[in-house]
Design a protein around this ligand. Sequence first.
Ligand code: NDP
Ligand code: 8X3
Length: 250
Amino acid sequence: MARIALVTGATSGIGRATAFALAKAGYQIIATGRRLERLQELQQQITEVPVHTLAFDVRDREAVQAAISSLPEEWQGIDVLVNNAGNAHGLAPVQSGNLNDWDAMLDINVKGLLYVTHAVLPLMLRRKKGHIINIGSIAGKEVYANGNVYCASKFAVDALSKGMRIDLVQEGIKVSEVNPGLVETEFSEVRFKGDKERAATVYKGYEPLRAEDIADLIAFMVTRPAHVNIAEVMILPAAQASSTVVNKQV
Ligand code: NDP
Ligand code: 8X3
């Protein structure tokens, strides 16, 4: 019986690496994101298992439901859902915050995660099994200066992960949360609105995590025996001790 994993935000960074890692672990992949051409590229690059692509914006609840409802019968037995799609938008004190940035972070990181979960859950509930991995952050554990709304969105992911684990335990569905520290992806480019130079400074002077480090962890978590749930993990670069303490050699 084929095992199937749906990964949101598979067009870049952690989600893309997770699609590769889970394919290597034998999962057929449902890869999602907004950028269709990147999904198609990924589909061609993953050769060991079939890949199904779904392009949608997680903010659009009708589009989310339509995408999941469009899955052919043979793709509906989703074993693993990786709720990864998300980003930070801006880094500013609350008194000069941008409302569009605030909407984006809460709509994508919190409501988008909920919409995808709501659409996928019935497919898990009818089989009484499944594993949901939510990508939180160290920012969901510690608030840092100017991180206000991004941190709030990740604190929400932390609360939702705990709540989902409690609600779904009776249904045979595992819920886990992965909380990374600094990972070099397109994250900072998005946060700083395409300013690559500023984004690069975030990862200078130490060795940040790579997307593959998080993907390896997720592959490990979902391949534990049925009776084991690794409920929550924080994963940091060796040079990082907290949100704000990083041993930079610059
Ligand atoms: P990237 O910017 O590299 O990837 C973000 C992914 O999210 C992309 O695939 C993007 O796809 C998808 N996405 C963004 N907005 C939407 C949307 N509206 N609808 C659908 N998909 C969307 O960043 P990361 O890989 O670093 O981030 C992945 C997750 O990891 C996020 O939840 C982030 O908060 C979290 N994280 C990141 C850390 C880091 O340091 N990088 C640390 C801790 C947590 P597309 O644009 O094609 O839609
Ligand atoms: C991403 C890590 O510290 O940039 O969630 O917020 S951080």
